[in-house]
Design a protein around this ligand. Sequence first.
Ligand code: G6P
Length: 621
Amino acid sequence: MCGIVGYIGHRNVSDFLIEGLNRLEYRGYDSAGVATFDANGAISLRKRAGRVCELSEAIDRDPVEGTVGIGHTRWATHGKATDENAHPHTGGNGEVVLVHNGVIENYASLRGQLQALGYVFRTETDTEVIAHLIAHHLDEQIKLGGEPESEDTLLKAVEVSLRKLKGTYGLAVLFRARPDLILAARNGSPLVVGVGPGEHFVASDPSPLLGYTEQVVYLADHEIAILTADRLDLRHRDSGRLSPSVQTLDQVSADIDKGDFEHYMLKEIFEQPQTIENAMRGRFEEDEATAKFGGLNLTAQQLRHIDRIVLTACGTSWHAALVGEYLIEEFARVPVEVEYASELRYRNPPLTDKTMVFAITQSGETADTLAAMRECQRKGMPSLAICNVVGSTIAREADGGVYLHAGPEIGVASTKAFTSQVTVLTLLALYFGRMRHLSYQAGKRMINNLKALPEVVARTLECHDAVQEIASRYLGMDNFLYLGRLYNFPVALEGALKLKEISYVHAEGYPAAEMKHGPIALIDERTPSVFVVPRCGIYPKVISNMEEVKARKGPVIAIACEGDREVADVADDVIYVPEVDEYLQPIVTSIPLQMLAYHIALLRGCNVDRPRNLAKSVTVE
Ligand code: G6P
């Protein structure tokens, strides 16, 4: 949430900042801005409400110069999306200029104190408090005899200020007195520093760095990085100077291209045969008919000792967790609970050291998921991550985990990460199952089915034309129900979420039979129900639920197995997908629902990759 980018070196900073902000735009896109040092050491500011392209046009009309600067793309927390509230923000009389990601919880009281000292606030943001606070402490340090231009003075002013902040921040700061320096600091909001010859970068995630450098240093909480063109100094609030641990990125800039697709979301939907294969690569132990994982960091003995699993996540990842509950309970017979991370972090459920926690997250940065995981770790539970973004905070702080290897997911609505998460959860169910009750033959069958999955998913994508055509017939409807049972109940939730997120159409996901206890009252000719009804043990019962909707004149779209004539007799429209075993159905049936949301959104003129009010990586509470 909010994207930060910064550069110090020899390149044209404005080009780098705008390109970087475009790559970070998925984190927030209601306003954007940059601050750069010109050749005379003066700071130029450009800020615009709206998308990065509007800022870019403003800079084309009124260019900024230089080789040092910071930029920001905003997801508003405090204050409307206006030019004034856009970052960067200025402190004092322009001595300090900074960009911020996060939320300052005690901003109101700090603002009052600073106003009493004579600081004038020009915006409604919490961030302006940080800028004035640093300017104030800079002033204090100078009064105590600090040299205005000394790094020591600047650092002390920042350190004292940061200790007064309650909340989260990722910061990149410029000081008017030092055009040769950027300071970056983090607590709870991610920052990565890129290291190149005669240049340094800072960003909220590595995407702006791709194509510029592969060498990165991930900042941890309470760390401050001082960047000059030639030097990177790292300090921790309590332990002082640190030596940076430089890592090599394994992404390439091609990973963040749209290719021939009109939108990232469509590209990511079509990548799924490959991403599912990547999630499984090297993870089968064929001789033992089980799965294997390199990073769980727990012995088989420890894993057998586990008597309960908690899956915690937000959004789409939470829906994957629900599928995980069905999978693990069916195959491993271990009780599973699925917890919203935002609830778990403040609840106090009776968990023990025999409870294993998995934080499921595409980005590895979701604030609630991180906080829930930390809370579980504090209480002594082994806490692992199922995560896509390598080097993200959750991936680094977890006791172990499994990467999805799905590549960057840029469309704000998650698609390929969901099917990869479900694939990994299926592998985990197999692994835990084989440690307990699952037979060799059953394990073998699962492996064979999983290995066939990328090909099955490739065939599933063939429904695209049919989905597009169906979308055009339902685009005027303003309310949808999504209904499914057992493994397809979480799919119904996910289908409804996709539609809401990107087309702003109201949609509710429900267990198909539970519909009778409320949502059935909504059904009329203008409220379509999307039934996820592939063949399964209770297939006839779902058909009865469909009949109940039809009896009330509700239009029905069905997701059904290839060749299913019975469904076609009841539903108005059918989208056919290949038949797979029940436990693999979510991976197959979720795909047409991703496409349906995509096409309805597109036809309604919505910005599919950048839906209003949403952000890809929710780093605030
Ligand atoms: C945001 C995104 C969703 C995502 C959720 C959880 O709401 O818009 O697409 O599912 O965060 O994100 P995570 O990165 O933790 O999976």
